[in-house]
Design a protein around this ligand. Sequence first.
Ligand code: URA
Length: 215
Amino acid sequence: MTSPADAGQTLVVDHPMIQHKLTLMRRTKTAANEFRLLLREISMLLAYEVTRDMPMEMVEIETPLAKMMAPVVAGKKLCLVSVLRAGGGILEGMLDILPAARVGHIGLYRDPVSLAAVEYYLKLPRDISERTAIVLDPMLATGNSAAAAVAEVKAAGCQSIRFVCLIAAPEGLKTFHEVHPDVPVYTAAIDSHLNEHGYIVPGIGDAGDRIFGTK
Ligand code: URA
């Protein structure tokens, strides 16, 4: 696929439905069940955008009335890679639109002091090198987790990679594009900055806690 976001660039998907739903998600008073549903809906819309340039081929089919040549998706198959645990919130909506995609998981947590990404789990499909990987994590904050996750996908031999998040921080985008200049980022918003704890401001708070209601 040739991404509409050039390599090393960020595409802000500013569709009104995405922006409206993101505003609802940001509100402190939005409960976990509503938050999850909104994230799932936004993820479906992001899936639409990140696959916009999938190659197509024509095949012959038969309708009840006639034979015709009709388009179907061709080319490399997809692998969705969810960064645990918050990536699971995006994964559900992506799978609604891309049900045939394989799924990989990377477990990373942020060291609370250094903010470095620490890996604790990795399971990727064996044939990931033959697929286009779409790496999923709602918050691209420092960029460390995103960069580490993409590095694992590259280490597994994958050469066609995209990163999808809900909100990115300018600092994290800079880091990410420096480390992976070949990987485009798709996001619903670029927020103002990171605070001293590495949280995106204004952001949505801790994505995992808000998805799973753990706070
Ligand atoms: N992770 C989150 O869940 N939220 C942030 O704002 C930054 C990282």
